[in-house]
Design a binder for this molecule. Sequence first.
Ligand SMILES: [Fe+2]
Length: 365
Amino acid sequence: MQFQWSMPTRCFFGHDALRRHGEVLTSLGKRAMVVTGRAGAERSGALTGVTTLLDALGISWARFEQVEPNPSLETVLAGARATEEFAADFVIGIGGGSPMDAAKAIAALVHNRDPEALFAGRYDYPVLPVVAVPTTAGTGSEVTPYSILTDHGRGIKRSLSAPVLFPAFSFLDSRYLDTLPGPSLVNTVLDALSHAAEGFLARRATPLSDTLAMESLAIIGRHLAGLAEKERDPKLLDDLLYASQLAGMVIAQTGTTIAHGMGYGLTVHHEMDHGYANGAIFPAFLSFSMVHQPDRTTAILAALAMDGLEAFQDAVTGLLGPFPKIAAERLDQLAQAASQTANVHNTVPEPSLSDIRAMFTATFG
Ligand SMILES: [Fe+2]
């Protein structure tokens, strides 16, 4: 057996995590840039939690609140300029995947001015420390070394990936999920499900990532049915945030597969939510996987307590409703773009263009 494992983020999980453990932020400096979207950080209570803490610790802060869903290169460059002007020592990302991914990119760009160098893996100058405070149960960004950005010039999503992008600290308080709208909770949990399952099927899967993936899927499987309407009791929210963290730790090691590669085009060109796109594609992706990796695919369905592929398809359709139809010509273009992503090479076996086209057609045709 041979594998590598690295998870350098120090995580604090539980109610009042910020209040109980927030003093660790003093080790990062005296000035913080708080990176958020326009609504989620406030609605969840996480923004108040963070700023109250910073004030109590005597840490000066400014807020960059311009992060849109699927953050663009332009946005993170503007955030880096604001962070440099404020002379921040560290960056705090509060929200779902978009603000946390943006916080990482901003932290990297303050001293490394050229995003192309970062995309090529060249980090010539220090990256500011990042603190992550998730307010959704899906992205896992609080425990990954990834930042996914939208390059509107090229019309594609592009990934920053480097060990220096792991957050220094993450604070996971499931009470911040309490006000998340039902559809957002569903979409983000389906994103977490796809992380765990794709990590389990990925070429880069390891024995340790498999263990975390199975645990994550088992927890998600217990809560999936009727998720949007469920009462948000503390146990449910703790479970979902924990499962999402586990799934993030999985993809931090394994990366994602063609299911995420296919989802990227849908979010950039069809304004589809990231988790929704992955969830919609997933029944077709598991059908593909069932042919080529039957044992692993069966294990995923068993962990989710699903009685076969059809039951899984029904569960996803029940949560997301009927999927939108997309014209055949457009699906060809999306398949072509997905076939160019690095995700193809992490999929077992590497799907052909016609495999990808067939998965798109089964879902949106
Ligand atoms: Fe994802």
